[in-house]
Design a protein around this ligand. Structure first.
Ligand code: PMT
Length: 330
């Protein structure tokens, strides 16, 4: 099913080039003995026309994925700090931790940059002087925050521990997910997959899609959408069978959240489901495994002081992954 879906949809541009980049990146991480996590983030679009003017989208802005991408860099055993997201004044230990392949929707939130997403970029800057060629500088009130973000970003760039891979449509995402996962195969158990993207469940097959822009003059639009095969199945069985795989389960009805998560674990045989409700996803999640269900939540004080639930999630996952990798599982 998954293979048939991938065969009938066109591959993203420069797929082979991207594959080489990812394999190089993974090789570099192997050399410094760093684990690698593939974080997927943001929503996928479903085109209604081949020459796409309109598409179906979903709510996801990619905060979960972007926030979760910042923490693995610091989550090593020799970790010395807890990252404070207000970007005040903390120094972090960047040794080891994880490297991240960040498979994200274009224009969704990005790690580091997301801390500035509520600002108008131009309001952060000013001209240093009156004349024509006066240099641009950061306003004094934003210096501390910006230099802290920049310091972390530059460190990650220097360490070469973050690789950006972009998608927009559902088919781009699924092709890239397959490619990234198979590239991780060589890492065995030390690869983690953290599938936070909000992936469409319905699509229009290519042979049923109009080529040109749908005309409103033709009257009301009736859509018939087909089911997208679940990619977790080949991902766990074939693409990256040894890795530590974490999927997400999003629901709006709390009564079915845990049972659906357990069903997913049973069906796909992966390691863990992070269960979240649309409305409360920033303050509570459940980490569901076949034999346990751990609640992770944030207090009002933690949230108001700028802490994020992703920090706790990543810490817990790093510890579970470490047990998963150790020969006796402890
Ligand atoms: O981005 P934010 O605004 O911060 O929101 C974060 C989030 C709510 C999107 C995130 O926390 C989350 O729950 N992501 C998963 C949403 C989702 O697709 O849930 P689902 O129940 O439809 O799918 C469950 C799992 O199946 C997902 O891990 C998905 O990767 C996988 N899937 C989905 C569709 C598909 N065709 N194949 C799949 O393998």
């Amino acid at each position: 099913m998954a293979a048939a879906f991938l065969n009938q949809t066109s591959k993203p541009e420069r797929l082979d080039e991207k594959r080489s980049e990812i394999l190089d990146f993974i090789e570099q991480q192997k050399q410094v003995d760093r684990k690698v996590v593939l974080v997927t983030s943001g929503g996928t679009t479903v085109p209604l026309e081949s020459k796409t003017v309109r598409f179906i989208d979903n709510f996801s802005v990619g905060s979960r994925g972007a926030a979760s991408t910042e923490y693995p860099f610091y989550s090593s055993k020799s970790r010395t700090c807890t990252r404070i997201l207000k970007y005040e004044s903390e120094t972090c230990d960047h040794t080891k931790g994880y490297a991240v392949v960040f498979l994200h929707r274009n224009r969704s939130l990005k790690p580091f940059l997301r801390h500035l997403s509520t600002y108008n970029f131009l309001d952060l800057l000013e001209l240093d002087g009156e004349n024509q060629d006066a240099p641009v500088k950061v306003k004094s009130e934003h210096q501390k925050r910006l230099s802290s973000i920049l310091r972390d970003y530059e460190q990650v760039q220097r360490d070469r521990s973050l690789l950006w891979v972009e998608f927009q449509s559902l088919s781009e995402y699924l092709h890239l997910l397959q490619m990234c996962s198979t590239c991780l195969q060589g890492l065995g158990k030390s690869a983690m997959l953290y599938l936070a993207a909000a992936v469409a469940d319905f699509y229009i097959p290519k042979d049923q899609m109009p080529e040109h822009k749908i005309q409103s003059a033709e009257g009301p639009l009736q859509l018939s959408l087909q089911l997208v095969p679940k990619m977790l199945e080949p991902l766990v069985k074939e693409w990256v069978p040894e890795a530590f795989v974490v999927s997400f389960k999003l629901e709006t009805n709390k009564d079915i959240l845990v049972s659906k998560s357990l069903q997913a674990l049973d069906k796909y045989q992966h390691q863990l489901v992070i269960a979240n409700l649309l409305e409360t996803r920033k303050r509570e999640v459940k980490l569901v495994t076949t034999d346990n269900c751990v609640d992770i939540s944030m207090t009002t004080e933690e949230l108001s002081s700028g802490h994020e639930i992703e920090e706790k999630i990543v810490r817990e996952l790093a510890s579970l992954h470490s047990k998963f990798c150790s020969p006796d599982g402890h």
